[in-house]
Design a protein around this ligand. Structure first.
Ligand code: DI6
Ligand code: FE
Length: 394
């Protein structure tokens, strides 16, 4: 164990200062050696508060139209999620509503969701497309996601998830749709600089591992990172294949087996756990937490905020659920939404408080880090710092 860590393994530094300039942490020290500050230099006072890296939500589907409370009700009346999906509900219900919405309408719907995450200490989010499933509608979603930065103080990265579900236009052939994604959608999204990564839902009700591989190879050819929705409802070996193909993360993982865990460890792939979807679907199959620990696979925690399986716009709620549902420790939960979440996004400049890192911080009215995973509904956030700038609102 790190000699500087306390008994729970945190590296809490007390009585200290950060020198921030050009949006980055330039120096960290204890107050004995505090640099002389010239009068008039802007200072951020965090006395008596807990400072953590700004939280990172590494997996959201924040841009969508429509509401699926009706399906929630159907499921509680006994209809399984997979059955609802087969009947054209599920993801396709959100696709219809999203296709019918304008960019302005989608933006207006997304702003309060992003603000809710920000009020909970989040400074960076990833947003996926995947409710358009045509060239124009996927690009529309990505443009809305990128432009959200003009409305909410957050860093936003975007992921193309055209391979989320088979759209009605291609119901006759998943292969043709995969070709369309590779030949048209990925090149257009890359050329317009609208995406950082490409994702595939690899599942019996969605796309096969072989189809995922085709999409990933095309993504790489366009210089984009890759990641997967894998082993959520069954074990198809998608996680191991995604890891071999260089995925920064594989997400969900309830059905991941030991060979899959081993592959993640070998390839340095992050396991992103989504306790909101687990909870909302009343899933009983636990992701293999002990194996992930044993093989030292970094575990990220994300909201998976979406209208069908995780309607929860709170990352501290996800930390709480990671602890209560998956038995993570509060320290693992905090790592899951900071340093491991950054790694899940392929980022090396966020997720830690260290010299040279981007100065994205969450400042809490809290005395112990465990408090962040503990209480829900009364966020202890005092304010956020984004690239060195203090933000009291969203
Ligand atoms: N897995 C999920 O949990 C979400 N997407 C996916 O591939 C569900 C999205 C939805 O039901 O709208
Ligand atoms: Fe998801």
């Amino acid at each position: 164990m790190d000699p500087d860590a306390d008994e729970q393994g945190y590296q809490v530094v007390t009585d200290s200062w950060l020198h921030i300039a050009d949006g980055k942490v330039q120096q960290i020290g204890t107050s004995e050696y505090a640099p002389k500050v010239k009068p008039g230099t802007p200072c951020i006072d965090a006395e008596g508060k807990l400072v953590t890296p700004g939280l990172i939500d590494a997996h959201t589907h924040l841009v969508f139209a429509g509401c699926r409370a009706n399906e929630f009700e159907q499921r509680l009346n006994g209809v399984p999620y997979t059955e609802i999906a087969k009947q054209g509900g599920g993801i396709l219900a959100s696709v219809t509503a999203t296709r019918n919405a304008t960019e302005a309408e989608l933006t207006a719907l997304a702003i309060p969701r992003a603000k809710a995450l920000a009020r909970d200490g989040v400074t960076s989010i990833e947003i996926k497309s995947g409710y358009g499933l045509t060239l124009n509608d996927e690009l529309k979603m990505l443009r809305v996601a990128k432009a959200l930065q003009q409305h909410v103080h957050l860093h936003i990265t975007t992921t193309l998830l055209a391979a989320h579900a088979l759209p009605p236009e291609f119901a006759h052939s998943a292969e043709e749709y995969i070709e369309h994604i590779c030949d048209e959608i990925i090149p257009a999204a890359a050329n317009e600089n609208l995406v950082d990564a490409v994702d595939v839902f690899c599942e019996k009700i969605a796309f096969s591992p072989a189809q995922m591989e085709k999409v990933f190879r095309t993504a790489h050819a366009h210089g984009l990172m890759v990641k997967g929705h894998t082993e959520q409802l069954s074990n198809l070996g998608g996680s191991a294949l995604a890891a071999e193909l260089g995925a920064t993360s594989v997400d969900h993982l309830e059905y991941l087996d030991e060979a899959g865990v081993q592959a993640l460890a070998t390839h340095g792939t992050v396991a992103t756990l989504l306790p909101g979807a687990f909870f909302f679907l009343r899933e009983t199959q636990q992701p293999p937490i002990d194996l992930l620990r044993q093989y030292q696979v970094p575990m990220a925690i994300a909201s998976d905020f979406n209208p069908g399986t995780s309607p929860y716009a709170s990352l501290t709620l996800m930390m709480n659920m990671a602890c209560t549902q998956f038995r993570l420790t509060p320290r693992e939960a905090l790592q899951g939404v900071t340093c491991h979440a950054a790694k899940a996004l392929g980022q090396t400049h966020t997720g830690y408080i260290a010299k040279g890192m981007q100065a994205d911080l969450a400042v809490w009215q809290a005395t112990s880090p465990a408090q962040l995973s503990y209480q829900v509904g009364t966020s202890p956030l005092a304010f956020r710092v984004i690239k060195g700038v203090q933000h009291h609102g969203e």
